[in-house]
Write a protein that binds this ligand. Structure first.
Ligand code: FES
Length: 164
């Protein structure tokens, strides 16, 4: 995963969608995000031009879905499941606590690049609700304070890794 991209880096991805069909927009955005880690403005322009759509249309669709990010992930990326089972088990409180304690609202990355917070739909682990992932590691039965602690511990580990 890379934080920025050279537009030509997306050529092999775009080449998989040669027929410029509108229904390819979501899969193409997903592939570009998987590759780049987020959807930069340049990437949005590349996608729009590949499918012959106005850039405003591509933004309109991408911003409708909360699976898409428009900023690079933080060193510590926190995903809070907001599916039904997690909601019933208090994920709104988990999310609220994380946002306030980390100073980052959902869908964004802090200015210092340490934390990013994302809301996701059901992760398929409803029996373990509420579920949070920190840098793609799944944590089950997470309390609001527990989520905060997990994020802080991950940030310390990332800082040590940077020192090495
Ligand atoms: S609702 Fe959260 S894992 Fe299913």
């Amino acid at each position: 995963m890379v934080a920025t991209h050279d537009p030509s880096e997306l050529d092999p991805i775009v080449a998989r969608y040669p027929d410029r069909r509108r229904e390819h927009l979501i899969p193409l955005l997903q592939e570009v995000q998987d590759h780049c880690g987020y959807l930069s403005h340049d990437a949005m322009i590349t996608v729009a031009s590949a499918l012959g759509l106005p850039v405003s249309k591509v933004y309109g669709v991408a911003t409708f879905y909360n699976q898409f990010r428009f900023e690079p992930r933080g060193k510590v990326h926190c995903q809070v499941c907001r599916g039904t089972a997690c909601h019933v088990k208090g994920s709104a409180h988990v999310l609220d606590t994380l946002e306030r304690s980390l100073g980052v609202s959902a869908g964004h990355t802090g200015k210092d690049g340490v934390y990013s917070v994302e809301v996701v739909a059901c992760m398929g682990a409803c029996g373990l609700a509420p579920v949070v992932t920190i840098n793609d590691t799944v944590h089950a039965l997470v309390t609001p304070d527990g989520a905060k602690r997990l994020a802080r511990v991950a940030a310390k580990q990332e800082a040590h890794r940077d020192d090495d």
